[in-house]
Design a protein around this ligand. Structure first.
Ligand code: ATP
Length: 238
């Protein structure tokens, strides 16, 4: 078993008197894909906001063996923790192409970056057609694809996706998840937060279930997909 890339230990998140996350523990090995599922308000976003340095927390989070406690979101980003937040976080007033270029701003290999951007445009003709238009004019699904591809251009060591299917039409959800499914082959370490638990379990190796700030269940995603209780509560099946 390799050294974990990410180790969350007795994580607590409070907002004033509200405790959103309660003493949760989990770890992620390099190259592993995992999902955090649970109902609205379970504490999933609070957990990933802590991991990206955006949210003060109790307990500890170690990344590459080092506590992130005193490190800024910018420093963590430079070290490879990249999040696509709920609502996507693209730059609406930059063009589609400029958004992709922003993803690669820390890279020095500009020839490879250009080739990767060309490959994205080949695969997603809508993004190619609109490369010189403002990103804010794209549909929600196109913005999500843009955000995901921008994140991948930054060559993340740990990619965090917060609700990538939120509010998207089914055909766009399919496209977004086809990109996510490929991350396994590319061995991108992934932490996926998703309301659509079935899809999330299908594209990951491991899963943790949160409920009211607690981690209430964990296991291989394939097992959770067939677990009666999980199916009943989180997959909306009888
Ligand atoms: P969702 O899918 O709705 O984003 P979640 O599982 O990601 O849910 P969190 O967003 O982490 O859950 O919220 C956990 C709890 O913390 C909820 O009770 C929520 O109301 C509360 N909370 C989240 N952000 C804040 C905030 N900025 N101030 C106060 N309470 C907050």
């Amino acid at each position: 078993m390799s050294e974990p890339l990410l180790c969350v230990e007795k994580l607590d998140v409070h907002y004033g008197g509200i405790q959103a996350v309660r003493q949760i523990d989990f770890s992620l090995a390099p190259g592993e894909q995992a999902t955090l599922i649970g109902a609205n308000g379970a504490g999933k976003s609070s957990t990933v906001r802590a991991i990206t340095g955006l949210q003060p927390f109790g307990g500890d989070i170690r990344y590459q063996g080092r506590s992130i406690k005193k490190r800024s979101p910018e420093a963590l980003l430079r070290d490879g923790i990249v999040m696509v937040p709920e609502g996507r976080g693209i730059f609406h007033r930059l063009t589609v192409l400029e958004n992709l270029q922003m993803g690669a701003w820390l890279r020095r290999d500009s020839v490879t970056v250009r080739a990767e951007i060309d490959a994205i445009f080949q695969r997603f003709p809508r993004l190619a057609e609109r490369q010189n238009q403002l990103a804010g004019l794209l549909s929600g699904g196109e913005q999500q694809l843009l955000a995901l591809n921008r994140a991948l251009l930054s060559k993340p060591r740990l990619l965090i996706l917060d609700e990538p299917s939120m509010g998207l039409a089914p055909v766009m959800v399919e496209q977004v998840f086809s990109v996510i499914a490929e991350l396994r082959e590319a061995q991108v370490t992934l932490l996926l937060i998703e309301q659509n638990a079935r899809l999330a379990l299908e594209v990951t190796d491991r899963a943790w279930v949160m409920d009211s700030g607690n981690l209430v269940h964990s296991g291989p995603s394939a097992e959770l997909l067939t677990d009666d209780a999980i199916q009943h509560i989180y997959l909306g099946e009888a």
